[in-house]
Ligand binder design. Structure first.
Ligand code: C5P
Length: 275
């Protein structure tokens, strides 16, 4: 039996860094949404564990225990042949690795009938837990506290990545102020897309500045997104380098993505709907 699971891109609409624990991990307060673009994971019972990586972003993706997909499957007793179809750029702040790991856990649970997650699942990565919910959520602690926020007004976006991998630890290291204000304790009940975008505009991604120090090209990505016709807001996701711009309609996002791809044919540029 073949079990297939979609691994959506995770977008941090906000990412406030509010402190640092003694073990070095940072405390976050982040509003996370999921996109209709992503990777695909399929698993099939086999005699031994194997991983095949295909798709347009498969170059350089490890096919052994360095890959979170492998480590997620290993937590179960059932050996499987895994195929990972890679569409998201790796190490790019949209949770590719975490979302792939979460999709593998879901696929394995489906295949084996095991309903409780195996021990060690949450330790695969800080974003794995939110990626298991696959719905808009407020994420806090170091990523282990996930509170679904109910359906968000639909957001239409352009995602852009300059094909530069950004290592997350380097970005956290370059962060000057580790203690910044969280989002308001109670989040508003957004009535529509415009109200949500206006509210988001008053929030932040505290990792933008340090990520720009690590990868200066992010300055260009944000500038290019900001100047797209009808763009309402441009921000970086996670620790970068992927940035997004938000639009009032999918048509506007589609048009802007086409224009940006023409200006920067070497970048990864896709329109997406976030929920
Ligand atoms: O757990 P994950 O692989 O997503 O994190 C990668 C690195 O990012 C960690 O090793 C840590 O250096 C940093 N990190 C952090 N605080 C978090 C999440 C990640 O400092 N809440």
């Amino acid at each position: 039996m073949l079990t297939k699971v979609f691994a959506p891109a995770k977008v941090n609409l906000t990412l406030h860094v509010t402190g640092q624990r003694k073990d070095g991990y940072h405390l976050l307060d982040s509003l996370v949404a999921f996109a209709d673009v992503g990777d695909r994971v399929s698993v099939m019972a086999a005699d031994e564990l194997s991983l095949d990586v295909t798709g347009p972003m498969s170059d350089g993706v490890p096919t052994d225990a360095r890959n979170l997909v492998w480590r997620a499957a290993e937590l179960f007793d059932q050996p499987v042949a895994i195929t990972l179809s890679k569409h998201l750029p790796p190490a790019s702040g949209i949770g590719g690795g975490s979302s792939d790991a979460a999709a593998t856990l879901l696929a394995m649970s489906d295949l084996t009938g095991e309903r409780t997650l195996p021990e060690g699942a949450a330790q695969l990565g800080a974003d794995v837990r939110v990626c298991l919910t696959r719905q808009a959520a407020r994420m806090s602690g170091i990523g282990e506290i996930v509170e679904p926020v109910g359906p968000l007004p639909q957001l239409h976006a352009v995602l852009a990545n300059p094909r530069v991998e950004v290592p997350t630890p380097a970005v956290f290291k370059a962060l000057a102020s580790k203690t910044n204000a969280p989002m308001p304790r109670k989040l508003p009940k957004w009535q529509g897309t415009k109200q949500l975008i206006d509210w988001l505009a008053a929030q932040r991604n505290d990792l933008e500045d340090p990520a720009m120090q690590v990868a200066p090209v992010i300055v260009d990505v944000l500038a290019a997104l900001t100047t797209l016709p009808d763009a309402r807001l441009a921000r970086m996701s996670g620790s970068g380098a992927t940035c997004f711009a938000l639009f009032a309609s999918r048509e506007a996002a589609n048009g802007a993505a086409a224009a940006l791809a023409e200006l920067h044919p070497d970048w990864w540029v896709v329109p997406a709907t976030l929920t």
